[in-house]
Design a protein around this ligand. Structure first.
Ligand SMILES: Cc1cc2nc3c(=O)[nH]c(=O)nc-3n(C[C@H](O)[C@H](O)[C@H](O)COP(=O)(O)OP(=O)(O)OC[C@H]3O[C@@H](n4cnc5c(N)ncnc54)[C@H](O)[C@@H]3O)c2cc1C
Length: 460
């Protein structure tokens, strides 16, 4: 089995590695996923799933499980230093629209995201990568149990301290600020309602001293505080003596670390998720960006096509750089104690407008082009996302009277989607397995060319 042509080893079973494993499973690519820890990560840390990630989960057939496990973000209740409270929201609750079925962030503690993604994935726990080298015969891995494996591809989804990245010698450019720290804990307590995200500002009224966010679908609160010296009990006693801590679970000390790997691909080894980019938690981007790295890379590994695999770094590295910029700016606003520093209404955070088109020179805003996300739209029966769901390419035809070009992928006439797929006149849209548009045209021959170029024939 292991000399099969696309055999892939995924290093790390965090959200990135698990998403990739699910992708490879559905493409029928043989793989192993190794995880040096004895079990899945058990903390709540990355708890916000962005609208685009919810669409990825819909495509993976997991959205119902996630919606059932999570919940919306509650409003923030600021407990003012002089007494009294004030309510704030990170952003307004939006209604679903024809093209965006999941417009709001969903709160799901990271441990549960891991648990849901890991269902049915054969993770080998307690098995770590020691080192790897690559030559013409493949990528040779040495594991910490002494086993040696040779793979065609290796994906380092092994977090910020990535062994894979270090073995490749890829620089992780950026900085760590030891003086910017945050204490985090999952706690159970009595005496505090779960309707709000409780925030106690510092004596100046703007900085954050303590925050307690009720974690949807659990009895826990996620505690965050810049105070690195006090215990959970001391923090609570100082904020509200009527609250009693009954259990302290996972705890962590986060320090500001903002870094981007110089390369996401070296030969047949790829970096994804925190192994490739780490940023402040502000804006809830890290886990989401990792899941989308995996979503971009999975089908490309299935093609086994070198040029298509090159497009992974070309597409994802600029996205990661932009995400680093946004989350760092938001963190700086918090550190500078700016008014409304907790607002999260920048549409870029939802990751819906992200486009892989080389340059955004569209004349008319809203006109879809190659590289854009394929939007949802209601159909007479079902919706566009029903047609796209799964690992295949899809051809959509809007206002198309002639025969549909046969490029070996499922093809559908979807005139009802005209308003969302805002082409003027008849249009054909070839959609990639990660539901970005590979080609928009009114020329059937162009669809055939794009199908070859984007690997449609190589993807199962
Ligand atoms: C306080 C805080 C709040 C956050 N909030 C958010 C949020 O709201 N939204 C969001 O999107 N993100 C958030 N994040 C970021 C998010 O937690 C990370 O981006 C996410 O965990 C990255 O996933 P990953 O799978 O790439 O890496 P990880 O989750 O780090 O997983 C890597 C895995 O690889 C394993 N591993 C490491 N080395 C080896 C080896 N040599 N061999 C085998 N296995 C190995 C590790 O044990 C680990 O399980 C937050 C982070 C913090 C710290």
């Amino acid at each position: 089995m292991f000399n099969e042509s696309r055999f892939t080893v995924i290093v790390g079973a965090g959200p990135t590695g698990l998403t990739l494993a699910r992708q490879l499973q559905r493409h029928g690519v043989p793989f192993r996923i190794i995880e040096k820890a004895p079990a899945l990560f058990e903390g709540s840390r990355g708890k916000g799933l962005q609208p685009r990630t919810l669409e990825v989960l819909d495509d993976l057939g997991l959205i119902e499980d996630f919606l059932a496990a999570g919940g919306p973000y509650p409003p923030m209740l600021i407990h003012l230093p002089g007494g009294g409270t004030m309510e704030r929201r990170m952003d307004e609750i939006k209604e679903p629209s024809a093209s965006v079925p999941y417009p709001n962030m969903l709160m799901v503690p990271q441990w549960r995201t891991g648990e849901l993604l890991a269902r049915g994935v054969p993770v080998e726990f307690g098995v770590g990568l020691d080192t790897l080298i690559q030559d013409d015969d493949g990528v040779h891995l040495r594991l910490d149990n002494g086993e040696k494996i040779t793979a065609r591809y290796v994906v380092g989804a092994d977090g910020a301290r990535s062994t894979v990245r270090k073995a490749l010698g890829v620089p992780f450019d950026g900085e760590t600020q030891e003086d910017e720290q945050l204490f985090l804990a999952d706690v159970k307590l009595t005496g505090l309602d779960r309707e709000s995200w409780h925030v106690w500002p510092g004596p100046d009224g703007t900085s954050m001293r303590l925050a307690l966010c009720p974690l949807a679908g659990t009895d826990d609160f996620q505690l965050t505080s810049p105070d690195m010296d006090s215990s959970v009990e001391q923090l609570l006693a100082a904020a509200d003596p009527s609250v009693t801590v009954t259990h302290v679970g996972w705890t962590s000390r986060w320090r500001a670390n903002v870094r981007l790997a110089q390369r996401f691909r070296v030969g047949n080894v790829f970096l994804a998720g925190d192994a490739a980019h780490v940023h402040p938690p502000t804006g809830g981007q890290g886990l989401n960006t990792g899941i989308q790295d995996a979503y971009n890379l999975g089908w490309k590994l299935a093609t086994g096509d070198d040029a298509i695999l090159d497009s992974y770094e070309a597409e994802r590295l600029p996205v990661a750089a932009a995400v680093l910029g946004i989350s760092t700016r938001l963190y700086q606003r918090l550190a500078d104690r700016q008014q409304d520093a907790m607002r999260r209404d920048d549409p870029a955070l939802q990751q819906l407008a992200l486009s892989y088109s080389a340059a955004d020179d569209r004349v008319e805003k809203g006109v879809l082009r190659a590289g854009d996300r394929a939007p949802d739209a209601p159909l007479a029966e079902g919706r566009i996302f029903d047609l796209l769901r799964g690992p295949h390419f899809t051809l959509l035809a809007v206002d198309w009277d002639g025969d549909l070009p046969d490029v070996g992928v499922p093809a559908h006439r979807v005139d009802e989607a005209r308003d969302v797929y805002d082409g003027e006149g008849p249009r054909l849209y070839l959609i990639r397995p990660d539901n970005y548009i590979a080609c928009v045209t009114s020329e059937p021959a162009e669809v055939a060319t794009a199908a070859v170029r984007s690997g449609a024939s190589g993807v199962r």
